[in-house]
Design a protein around this ligand. Structure first.
Ligand SMILES: *Cc1c(COP(=O)(O)O)cnc(C)c1O
Length: 404
C-alpha cells in the first residue's frame, strides 16, 4: 500500500494553487486497480472504470495506462474516453433511459453497448438484427447499497429491464435473432456484502441458458470504500472467492466459465481524492460553532445529496486540542458538510481537507451562486500538475446570449 499524501504536501498545494482545490493522488488509483487485479488473479475478470465518478481527461488517460477498461453513462463520456485514447473495444456504454439515437451513435463509434429498456432493445433489433452484439441490462429486483438514494437494483428502481419480464425480452431477441453477448446488473453503490453479488449471479444463471451467444456476465460496480477510520470496505478477496466459486458452478461454453466484468467507480478513485478548502469565517452560536469554508454543495454535494460522510481534518493546526464544530459552506442555501464534528481547534484562514473526495466530487460540482468551480491537480510520481484551471469570470458568461 502506498502512503497517502501528507498534510504538509496538501498545505503546499493549497498555497500554490489556491482553494477550493481538488487533489488526486495518481498512484493510489493504480494501487486500487492492482488490488482488484490481485484479488481476482485466479479468475477471468475484467474491470471497466465507471468514469462518471471522475472524468478529467488526465484521470482517464492514467486509468487507461493502468490497463483498466472504461464504462460510460452518456455518449459524451464515450467521446471523452475515445479522446483519452481508449480503443472502442475497451469502452462500455451502459445506457439508461437514453434516446435511441445515442445508442445508434455508440454503435457507429464501435463501442460495447448495454441496453436497458425493452423499447430500445426492440428498436435495436429491428434496425440491426444480428449485425452488432449487445448486452442487456437487467434489474434483478434485489435491494442493495448504502441507502435508497444509491440503490439501483430493487423492484421499484428505474434501472434495467426487470428480470421478471424475461419472456418479453426473449420474444424480442428471437424475433430479430439478436446477438446477446452479455447480461448486466448493477445493484447499487457502497455494497459491503459480497453475498449481494452472489445473489445477483444466482439470478442471472437462472436465465443464461436462454442466451447461447453469451461471453460475459457484467456485475456492475458499487464496491464500498471506508469513509471513516475503522469502517469496513468491501472485502474484495472474499468477493473474488465467492464470485469465482459462483461462476465455476455454472460452466458455460466448452465447460469454461463466462468472463466476469465489473464496473468500479468509487473504489478506484474515491480515496485518491482530497478536497482542500480554507476557513472564511468562524461563528460561535448557542447551537454550534460554525466553520464556514470557501466552498459549499456547489463543489461537494455528496453530504447534502445523499448524506455521505467525509472525513474532515484541519491540517493547519495539528496537535491543537479537539473541539466540536459544524462545518458548513458559504453559499446561500443550507450546505452543511458535517454537524458536530471533532476538529483540531480551527482558526480563520486554516486549511480544511475533505477525504475520499475523488469520486462524485468535482464531477457533480456546479456554478451555483455564480461561484467558480474548483481547480484540479494530480500528484504523480511525487510531482503536482494542474489538470483543470479554476473558472474565471468569463466562464460564467460563456454560452449566455446577451439579448437585452
Ligand atoms: C455508477 C455506476 C457504476 C459505479 O458505481 P460505484 O458505486 O462508483 O462503483 C457502475 N456501473 C454503472 C452502470 C453505474 O451507473
Amino acid at each position: 500500500m502506498i502512503n497517502p499524501l501528507s498534510p504538509e504536501t496538501l498545505i503546499q498545494l493549497a498555497d500554490q494553487y489556491g482553494t477550493p482545490l481538488y487533489v488526486y493522488h495518481a498512484e493510489k488509483i493504480k494501487d486500487q486497480y492492482q488490488r482488484l487485479k490481485t484479488a481476482f488473479g485466479k479468475t477471468d475478470a475484467v474491470f471497466f472504470y465507471a468514469c462518471k465518478a471522475l472524468t478529467n481527461i488526465n484521470i482517464l488517460r492514467y486509468i487507461r495506462n493502468t490497463g483498466a477498461n472504461v464504462d460510460c453513462s452518456s455518449i459524451n463520456e464515450v467521446r471523452l474516453a475515445l479522446h483519452a485514447g481508449f480503443p472502442p473495444a475497451r469502452i462500455l456504454y451502459t445506457s439508461n433511459g437514453i434516446a435511441f439515437g445515442e445508442i445508434e451513435e455508440a454503435k457507429q463509434l464501435g463501442v460495447i453497448i448495454n441496453i436497458d429498456s425493452l423499447s430500445n432493445l426492440e428498436k435495436f433489433g429491428k434496425k440491426f438484427g444480428r449485425d452488432y452484439p449487445i448486452g442487456i441490462r437487467l434489474r434483478p429486483n434485489i435491494l442493495a447499497g448504502g441507502n435508497m438514494k444509491i440503490s439501483t437494483g430493487h423492484d421499484k428502481s428505474k434501472f434495467g429491464i426487470p428480470v421478471d419480464q424475461i419472456a418479453i425480452i426473449l420474444d424480442v431477441v428471437r424475433k430479430y435473432n439478436m446477438l446477446i453477448r452479455d447480461l448486466h446488473i448493477h445493484t447499487g453503490s457502497e455494497i459491503e456484502d459480497a453475498d449481494v453479488f452472489v445473489k445477483g449471479i444466482d439470478i442471472l444463471f437462472e436465465i443464461t441458458h436462454h442466451f447461447p451467444d453469451l461471453e460475459f456476465i457484467d456485475l456492475g460496480g458499487g464496491f464500498k470504500v471506508a469513509s471513516k477510520p475503522g469502517e469496513k470496505e468491501t472485502d474484495i478477496c472474499l468477493l473474488a472467492e465467492k464470485v469465482g466459486a459462483g461462476f465455476a458452478k455454472h460452466p458455460y461454453k466448452n465447460g469454461k466459465p463466462l468472463q466476469i466484468w465489473f464496473e468500479p467507480g468509487k473504489f478506484l478513485v474515491s480515496e485518491a481524492g482530497f478536497f482542500l478548502t480554507r476557513v472564511n469565517v468562524l461563528k460561535e452560536t448557542n447551537a454550534a460553532d460554525f466553520v464556514s469554508v470557501d466552498s459549499g454543495f456547489n463543489h461537494l454535494i455528496r453530504p447534502m445529496f445523499y448524506d455521505a460522510y467525509h472525513q474532515i481534518e484541519n491540517i493547519s493546526n495539528p496537535g491543537a486540542p479537539l473541539k466540536n464544530y459544524a462545518v458548513v459552506g458559504n453559499i446561500c442555501e443550507t450546505d452543511t458538510f458535517a454537524w458536530d464534528r471533532s476538529l483540531n481547534e480551527v482558526r480563520e484562514g486554516d486549511y480544511i481537507v475533505f477525504r475520499n473526495a475523488g469520486a462524485y466530487g468535482f464531477e457533480m460540482s456546479s456554478n451555483f451562486n455564480s461561484r467558480f468551480k474548483p481547480a484540479e491537480v494530480i500528484v504523480m510520481e511525487g510531482k503536482a500538475h494542474l489538470i483543470r484551471k479554476r473558472d474565471v469570470f468569463e466562464d460564467l458568461l460563456r454560452n449566455q446570449v446577451e439579448v437585452i
